[in-house]
Design a protein around this ligand. Structure first.
Ligand code: ACM
Ligand code: ZN
Length: 516
């Protein structure tokens, strides 16, 4: 058994060991930055160095590599920096597991899916740049290649936009969080973002920013109340849950705002994708709003869901003109209405609903699987155990070419500290990485478990501050129930009641004018 996660495509173990306790000496290295980073992450104990020879091989795929470890040296071949970096990550894992003594082996490795993502929610809790970078380091260790950065939320706007300075001067701060009276805030300057994007690119990771719309916009509405249907003066949200005041889709100002914001976003994130959110956008304000209703009438639409499809379509066209592809979460209400050239990150689909996804792919839509179970890493281990993450099929509709890959999502409502965030992420990220990188036929859950001790050692050396034990990550009935009880307790905030009261207020004030 080789201590490498995710498991390589093919590996032939040979007799003998190679001694790299003195570190490595590269005789040739076409990709200098990757080599330098690798050497920085290796702590040799002293003694002779093991030689490493690198060959560029144009016949290999972009992320494919071969790695041969022999007693006299290491040979790597790759076509590009990505494949080379993955070879080095595998070498690093062998080095770490064996304390510098490597098993002799011939590896040929390549990924099962082209897109292997990780989403980080910096909206609910701001995550400092150095901690974001640590997550990016973990992504490379797991051979993940798409960083989806969720930057705006009801509870905080985290991205500096020069044209709308209030978004960060006001919108990045909230007075308290649920029943915790401490204020919370933070945002990324445009210079921070350039630094993070460069950090990702050096690690062969594409970056996709998410500006969630028309829902999840209360922080922006706090700064610019005219973005909402009734120009409501609202605080940056202080409680979790789905908010009912969303962007008004009937006002010209809203579309102008969104386009202005996105124009800055695509300058900062040059990889050709923007995630537009689109999830959890309740329509009770739109039903009462004269602007939204006038727009529905003018466009000859049937209802508010069609208005959302129209809104997202206009924004998508704006991006398309600039050569940028739009992605959204899938939402049942606008299924069949949203243009099929928008990629969907699938999140709320149960096994029973898979046929809907198949129909979408037949219509030409590309999908990324981020089904909440098994791909939401913030869910309790009771709800989403390690084993379920590992054994997931990923390709929920059986080898459909439109299934681009999968994404592990880390929402942060219940993760106020990095320690908690790491605890929920590991070891599930390892299971996810293997599901999305390694062929189905190569995966074996028990053998994966046997690799976990070496994996934990590696994660700790890379800066993981807390890792769930396998027992915690697959809780039994009693522990699972306790965990769920704790989770439900922290969910016990009053947003449900708050929404109810607020809806009644809005209805009383504006409902009559519309004759509703
Ligand atoms: C989501 O979990 N609301 C995408
Ligand atoms: Zn409106």
């Amino acid at each position: 058994m080789l201590n490498i996660i995710p498991k390589p495509f093919k590996a032939e173990e040979l007799p003998g060991k190679a001694d790299a306790r003195g570190g490595f000496a590269f005789s040739s290295a076409p990709w200098e930055k990757d080599t330098a980073r690798f050497l920085k992450n290796i702590s040799p104990a002293g003694g002779a160095k093991l030689s490493v020879t690198v060959k560029q091989d144009a016949l290999l795929g972009n992320e494919e590599y071969t790695l041969e470890v022999g007693e006299n040296g290491v040979f790597i071949s790759a076509c590009s920096g990505a494949g080379y970096a993955y070879a080095l990550e595998s070498l690093r894992q062998l080095f770490s597991a064996g304390g510098g003594l490597l098993p002799c082996v011939k590896i040929h490795d390549k990924p099962r899916f082209a897109r292997r993502g990780f989403m980080l929610d910096a909206g609910r809790y701001f995550i400092p740049v150095n901690e974001v970078k640590k997550f990016i380091d973990f992504m490379l260790i797991h051979k993940l290649n798409v960083f989806h950065f969720h930057l705006t939320e009801d509870q905080g706007w985290r991205l500096e936009i020069k044209k709308y300075p209030l978004l960060t001067s006001e919108g990045s701060k909230r007075s308290h969080t649920n029943f915790n009276c401490k204020p919370h805030g933070g945002y990324y300057t445009q210079e921070d973002i350039k630094d993070i994007v460069e950090y990702c690119h050096e690690r062969h990771i594409t970056v996709i920013p998410e500006i969630d719309m028309p829902g999840h916009m209360q922080a922006a509405i706090h700064c610019y109340p005219q973005l909402s249907c009734f120009d409501r003066k609202l605080p940056v949200a202080t409680h979790w849950g789905v908010k009912h005041d969303i962007l008004c889709a009937g006002k010209d100002f809203t579309l102008q705002f969104v386009k202005d914001v996105l124009d800055e976003v695509i300058e900062l994130f040059p990889d050709g994708y923007v995630h537009l959110g689109g999830d959890e956008a309740p329509k009770m304000r739109w039903e009462l709003c004269p602007h939204c209703q006038a727009k529905i009438k003018k466009l000859g639409l049937e209802n508010e869901n069609q208005l959302q499809a129209h809104f997202i379509s206009e924004v998508k066209e704006h991006l398309k003109k600039k050569g940028v592809r739009a992605i959204t979460w899938n939402e049942d209400e606008i299924s069949g209405k949203a243009p099929t050239d928008i990629i969907w990150t699938v999140w709320n689909v149960t096994e029973k609903e898979l046929h809907k996804m198949y129909a979408e792919m037949e219509r030409g839509r590309e999908l990324i699987n981020s089904s909440s179970v098994p791909n939401y890493l913030d869910l309790t281990y009771n709800k989403n155990p390690l084993k379920a993450v590992y054994l997931q099929p990923v390709d929920i509709c059986k080898k459909h070419e439109k299934m681009l890959g999968a994404e592990a999502s880390l929402w942060t409502e219940q993760l106020p500290t990095i320690k908690r965030a790491h605890f929920m992420t590991f070891p599930r990220l390892g299971a996810f990485a293997e599901a999305v990188w390694s062929e189905d036929t190569a995966r074996n859950y028990n053998e994966f478990l046997a690799r976990i001790p070496a994996y934990e050692k590696l994660l700790k050396s890379a800066g993981a501050v807390r890792i769930a034990s396998v027992k915690r990550a697959n809780p039994g009935k009693l522990f699972g129930a306790l965990e769920q009880l704790w989770f439900n307790k922290v969910q016990l905030c009053w947003h449900g009641l708050h929404n109810l009261i607020d809806d009644a207020k809005v209805k009383r004030k504006y409902g009559k004018k519309q004759g509703k």
